[in-house]
Design a protein around this ligand. Structure first.
Ligand SMILES: [Zn+2]
Length: 468
């Protein structure tokens, strides 16, 4: 059917990449590294031949067998500015993609009958439009089906006999990866279509709860903060939902918050790490470690000067190379997250390296100490300190200036001392980072979605308004 996905084509690719992904996992570390090197050299060759942008960008680099680190990194802004030269299919134009994503009725439908488009919101200041081809989509599906360790019993979305019902609570007012991915699977698999539903995250939490209790899903996927809000409703007796697995992605989940959610629902919380640029970068195993699918994606944690950081050190940013997607190559693309390579092997024995993700870089606060020196503050550290010091889970921290934070606390506990206690805890935590006399404004009120991404973020920086 024109304007729809080809079921046979998708299943054929899916089957072939699923076999490949299972084989790779069994083959071990040496085989994975050989496979990665081979895919990388073919990607670099293809990209230089077919992408005018990269041909120019790599002009000064020796043509024969360059190492990945010989190639200059790229930023979203420069790629988006050269969109029509970046893509390797002349039928794909920025104008055409923008027209397509301007129509919300086309969410989950194929662009030109064969591509998926994910728009990434402008949390880094530049909205991105990422085009994925059929092979890339089949690789993401295959990785989801074979590698989701802790979720394996539940994540067989193409398995009618599992008896599962799937709910995704996500931003739906745009072609975002989460909703597009689900709507695409719904369009391809009639069984999934009947047993999976997407709920807009922008609805009031009470409405979301009522809709979930009507649908009765066994698997619920959303952002970490939404799961925390649901756990809060469950504790308060306003949600009957009894899922067998909760899945989170896109945000970091603090250990205490995870414990709270698992206790509230009496079930396992599992997650993965993905982006609009590569859907399943890493998956969580049953030990709670994030393993990178590095047979299909290369991550390079780097410091402020784009030099590699040693293991067990949080990076300032991370460069991503997508080995699966040819239509819009991403080679040493700055993703922006802080990633730590963990040197200690995971007890599960999987041959994929372990990372920790400390949140999107823009969520890392950059405060100034009294001498004007910039001090980065990791959101995970800050949230853990606040949670452990106050027992509060429902709060948001916004950096409003170089030496000022605004904290919004949901008035759930009705405790009059809560704001003062939070302020004291936060001041103590900041002092330990060398940040004294930071202005802290604590207000009470409902926590709100991020004004740009529509996601519930716990920590972010307010962008200064630039003059035109
Ligand atoms: Zn593991």
């Amino acid at each position: 059917m024109p304007g729809d996905w080809s079921f046979l084509d998708s299943m054929w690719r899916w089957a072939s990449f699923t076999t490949d992904a299972s084989w790779t996992q069994a083959a071990g570390r040496v085989a994975i590294e050989r496979l990665q090197a081979d895919r990388l050299s073919r990607l670099i060759g293809w990209t230089r031949r077919h992408s005018r942008f990269y041909a120019r960008h790599w002009g000064g680099v020796a043509r024969r067998a360059p190492r990945l680190t010989d190639l200059p990194h790229v930023h979203k802004a420069e790629l988006m500015a050269s969109f029509d030269d970046w893509v390797t299919d002349a039928a794909v134009t920025r104008e055409g993609v923008e027209e397509f994503t301007g129509d919300l009725a086309r969410i989950g439908k194929p662009f030109l009958g064969r591509y998926a488009i994910f728009s990434s919101s402008g949390t880094t200041g530049v909205p991105g439009l990422i085009v994925h081809d059929g092979d890339a989509l089949a690789v993401y599906d295959a990785l989801g089906a074979t590698r989701m360790g802790a979720l394996a019993p539940a994540w067989n979305w193409n398995e009618p006999l599992s008896g599962h019902r799937y709910a995704l609570i996500a931003a739906t007012e745009g072609h975002f990866a989460g909703v597009v991915g689900w709507e695409r699977l719904r369009a391809l698999h009639p069984w999934f279509e009947a047993n999976a539903r997407v709920f807009p995250v922008t609805a009031p939490i009470r409405e979301i709860c009522a809709a979930l209790d009507r649908f009765k899903p066994t698997v619920v996927a959303s952002y970490a903060t939404v799961l925390r809000a649901l756990a809060h409703e469950k504790d308060a007796g306003r949600l009957a939902l009894e899922p067998s697995v909760l899945w989170y992605g896109g945000e970091w989940l603090a250990p205490m918050a995870r414990g709270h959610i698992e206790r509230a629902f009496g079930c396992r919380v599992a997650g993965d790490y993905g982006a609009s640029e590569f859907l399943n970068i890493a998956f969580e195993c049953e030990h709670g470690a994030l393993h990178v699918n590095d047979d299909w994606v290369v991550l390079e944690p780097v410091d402020e000067n784009y030099a590699p950081v040693p293991p067990d050190t949080p990076s300032a940013s991370v460069l991503l190379t997508n080995l699966a997607n040819r239509v819009q190559p991403l080679v040493r693309y700055e993703l922006g997250d802080s990633v730590t390579r963990v040197s200690r092997p995971c007890g599960c024995g999987r041959p994929f390296p372990v990372i920790r993700v400390d949140g999107r870089r823009d969520e890392i606060l950059r405060l100034h100490d009294e001498s004007g020196r910039e001090v980065p503050v990791l959101p995970m550290a800050l949230c853990t300190a606040v949670e452990e010091g106050t027992g509060q889970h429902r709060f948001q921290v916004v950096q409003t200036g170089p030496r000022s934070l605004r904290v919004r606390l949901e008035p759930a506990s009705r405790s009059r001392e809560a704001p003062a206690r939070l302020k004291e805890t936060l001041a103590g935590f900041l002092a330990r980072q060398g940040l004294t006399r930071i202005s802290l404004r604590v207000e009470t009120g409902e926590i709100a979605a991020h004004p740009v991404s529509g996601k519930f973020r716990q920590v972010w920086r307010e962008k200064p308004r630039h003059a035109a």
